[in-house]
Design a protein around this ligand. Structure first.
Ligand code: FEO
Length: 396
């Protein structure tokens, strides 16, 4: 079912209440999601993006209820990832010569995923535009790494709509469609979680692209992303948030993340938390057993932190496997400008804390010299080192 966005522009995507994970199981979905596609019916009829393949037939049926598919003058494929291009093959089976406007990299990703079928690609670059009638045009803006090298945004003049694809999106199902109708806390929480877990590795490119878009001086009344709510109430708020988040962002927060075998490492984690609260009552402190916590939620808390402490016991000359995988994801997200301290218990060889130190350094953290390494369970002399470790973590 299509829904009106503005004038002759409609949403025609798929609201996915059942989705529980994204990117395999790398991203948890707690409040549903959506794949947003848009239909423009001006002098020209234009489809912007499609939906994920499991929903392709429902999507195409919905399109057919609105228009004769042969009336589609061209399709804009802002991004080749399957959640937006999954219906393209089936759609082009029905209307085979329809032009597909996309970047040169999107030709690679679409042909790479779906095969070379001689689709009628029209390769565009930043600043290229196409008239769609009624005095309106679409202007294309390449958005490499937001979120793939093939991504672009499409700007519609006169209605002043930026179809931004993944950028400014959220994995958040909003039947009401617009940001002013969504729960504001949940909307910002999901927008931040999306930024941290999907876009943060590309923050330098985000910062440059925001500058570039601002310098283009395009009036923006609506930002229509490919996931979640459409920003029509003060759409610049999410651009301003991205500008802020793409800096080495930190709040007055310390996060402690640990894995534990017999609760010794857990005890150190909680003692560190208490000491942070004692030394700096205004600092927000969060503690997570990463084996029992949502990885994406914890990463969002790490993003907000100025310093973290990470703990694991030593097991078979190594760290716990939960922590190993968690640290791989931490490194992938490329956080910048944050301090870290390692801690953990051991019974025999005791390599765990050194391994944590190395992994945190490789992940881009400024690892302080202080650490807590406890033989068997934490003893008074071990816990006595916590105040120094905490004051070093808190120091500017
Ligand atoms: Fe929503 Fe990068 O795909």
């Amino acid at each position: 079912m299509k829904k009106n966005v503005k004038n002759n522009v409609s949403w025609i995507g798929y609201i996915d209440w059942e989705l529980q994970t994204f990117h395999g199981t790398d991203y948890s979905i707690k409040n549903g999601s959506s794949q947003n596609a848009y239909l423009i019916q001006e002098g020209k009829t234009v489809l912007i993006d499609t939906v994920w393949a499991p929903h392709r037939f429902e999507f195409i049926d919905n399109l057919k209820k609105e228009i004769d598919l042969k009336k589609i003058d061209f399709i804009v494929a802002n991004h080749g990832e399957v959640d937006h291009s999954g219906a393209l093959s089936s759609l082009l089976d029905e209307i085979p010569n329809t032009p597909v406007y996309c970047t040169a990299n999107a030709v690679k990703s679409l042909e790479g995923q779906y095969g070379k079928h001689g689709w009628n690609f029209h390769v565009v670059k930043t600043g290229d535009s196409v008239n769609i009638g009624n005095g309106k045009k679409l202007i294309f803006i390449e958005m490499p790494m937001l979120h793939w090298p093939d991504t672009m945004a499409t700007y519609m003049t006169e209605d002043n709509i930026l179809f931004s694809n993944d950028a400014f999106g959220q994995h958040y199902a909003v039947e009401e469609m617009f940001n002013d109708l969504a729960n504001p806390c949940l909307l910002m929480k999901e927008a931040l979680k999306y930024y941290v877990n999907i876009l943060n590795p590309f923050s330098p490119m985000v910062a440059r692209k925001i500058d570039e878009i601002k310098k283009m001086n395009l009036p923006i009344d609506i930002i229509a992303p490919s996931h979640g709510a459409i920003w029509r109430d003060n759409p610049m708020q999410i651009i301003d948030k991205y500008a802020l988040w793409s800096t080495p962002y930190k709040e007055n927060q310390v996060t402690i993340a640990y894995a534990t075998m017999w609760e010794g490492t857990a005890q150190i984690a909680h003692e560190i938390a208490k000491e942070v609260a004692r030394q700096s009552p205004s600092t927000v402190v969060k503690v997570f057993n990463i084996s029992k916590s949502d990885k994406n939620e914890v990463m969002t808390e790490i993003f907000k932190s100025k310093a973290i402490a990470v703990g694991s016991p030593t097991v078979v000359n190594d760290i716990l496997s939960d922590m190993e995988g968690w640290l791989a994801f931490l490194k992938e997200l490329r956080f910048k400008g944050k301090k870290a301290a390692p801690f953990g218990c051991y019974g025999w060889s005791g390599e765990g804390v050194k391994i944590l130190r190395d992994r945190l350094t490789q992940a881009g953290f400024n690892v302080i010299p202080e650490e807590i390494k406890s033989l068997w369970n934490p003893k008074e002399e071990d816990l006595g080192k916590i105040p120094n470790l905490v004051s070093s973590l808190l120091a500017d």
